[in-house]
Design a protein around this ligand. Structure first.
Ligand code: PLP
Length: 380
């Protein structure tokens, strides 16, 4: 079985599992306890936080551990918007993950915010001019994802964050899909807040990080004992924080090689599938896309049927958004880019791990062609 759905989730890396194991067993202390058992847990948590901060280029005090990417997005967006002294206007894009879209929707519904969606190019790119055109004097926050989970398009975050900064507006980026593939340095990106999720990079499901610049006033979502410097109450998940730090460091260490190698394989895969399947449409940007990401529409089929055919041939893929899997509506990302609903229903996504090989991708391309042919009347 070839698992090509790494944007949905990844297996926990052995190193992450081994690093967290002691904190689930012998070193089980509560970091808030004043005795030595608690102190050892507190020190492991502090160490994990410092390691994450080092990868992101922020202060350890700016790293907040959350229950995942969804909570990190909710916390950054609601926390900054509700903690901000300025305006009631939010700016985002229509192709964000639901965690961002629904956080924005909540703020408009219950807190009187207005939202503007930045116009996008057909391949899902936000241009600096398009962003500038929707900023207002009362804009509170801009949130633009670093890389899209469905089409893999990478945004020029430094250029976009610079525009927001010129207007004095805080900038958040959902970097969940970028981790392991793109530079996560907060100072280089110029962002004020970044969200990450552990299970996309070999840590367990249920751990994430919101890195938020210390100068920003932030309203907590979860109230209680004041952990995480009062920004996120609840006894900290020490074991998962340790696993997250371990997985993130490993992913960062392997990033340069993985990116260079996999991007070449991905480009040949896009070309091979396009050559083998007449009418196949590559969705997203041809080159400004995540190295391990290939997405298509196969007109005349249904994405879900292709996925099932592929699974029969030993290939695991995804039809549309991973996090919206199980729903049969067409992807909100593809429809936002102007694809008709019937075409968006034919979407299939392949997301690779860093150790994918050329031979495996050749076999996948052949399986894709066989699957599409078995479902449609396309013949070469
Ligand atoms: N943001 C993006 C871009 C994602 O792809 C996902 C998950 O697929 C999330 C946020 C949510 O992360 P989590 O599953 O950790 O809640």
């Amino acid at each position: 079985m070839l698992y090509l759905d790494n944007a949905a989730t990844t297996p926990v890396r052995r190193e992450a599992l081994e690093a967290m194991w002691p904190y689930l067993t012998g070193e089980f202390g509560n970091p808030s306890s004043v005795h030595t058992v608690g102190e050892r847990a507190a020190s492991a948590l502090a160490d994990a936080r410092a390691r994450v901060a080092a990868v992101l280029g922020v202060r350890a005090s700016e790293v907040v551990f959350t229950s995942g990417g969804t909570e990190a997005d909710n916390f950054a967006i609601k926390g900054i918007a509700l903690g901000a002294p300025r305006g009631r206007h939010l700016v985002t894009t229509a192709i964000e993950h639901e965690a961002v879209l629904q956080s924005v929707e909540y703020l408009t519904r219950l807190h009187g915010f207005e939202v503007s969606y930045v116009p996008l190019t057909a391949d899902g790119t936000v241009t600096p001019d398009a962003l500038a055109s929707v900023l207002r004097d009362d804009t509170t926050l801009v949130s633009v994802m670093y890389a899209n989970n469905e089409i893999g398009t990478i945004q020029d975050i430094p250029a976009l964050a610079a525009i927001a900064q010129e207007h004095g507006v805080p900038f958040h980026s959902d970097a969940v899909q970028a981790a392991g593939w793109l530079d996560l340095s907060v100072p280089t990106l110029g962002v004020d807040a970044l969200s990450l999720s552990g299970h996309k990079i070999g840590a367990p499901k249920g751990i994430g990080v919101a890195a938020i610049r210390g100068r920003l006033p932030i309203e907590p979502l979860i109230h209680g004992g004041g952990q995480e410097r009062g920004r996120r109450s609840g006894t900290e998940n020490v074991a998962f924080a340790v696993a997250f730090a371990t997985a993130l460091e490993l992913a960062e260490g392997e990033r340069a090689d993985a990116t260079a190698r996999v991007a070449i394989l991905r480009t040949s895969f896009l070309e091979r599938v396009s050559a083998l399947v007449p009418g196949a449409i590559v969705t997203g940007h041809p080159s400004r896309r995540l190295p391990g990401h290939a997405s298509f529409c196969f007109p005349g089929t249904s994405g879900e049927a292709v996925l099932l055919e592929l699974e029969r041939r030993g290939v695991i893929s995804s039809s549309g958004s991973a996090c919206a899997a199980g729903r049969s509506e067409p992807s909100h990302v593809l429809t936002a880019l102007g694809l008709p609903a019937e075409l968006a229903q034919t979407a299939v996504r392949f997301t690779f791990s860093a150790d994918i090989t050329a031979e495996e991708l050749e076999a996948v391309a052949n399986a894709v062609a066989a699957s599409v042919f078995s479902l449609s009347n396309i013949r070469r």
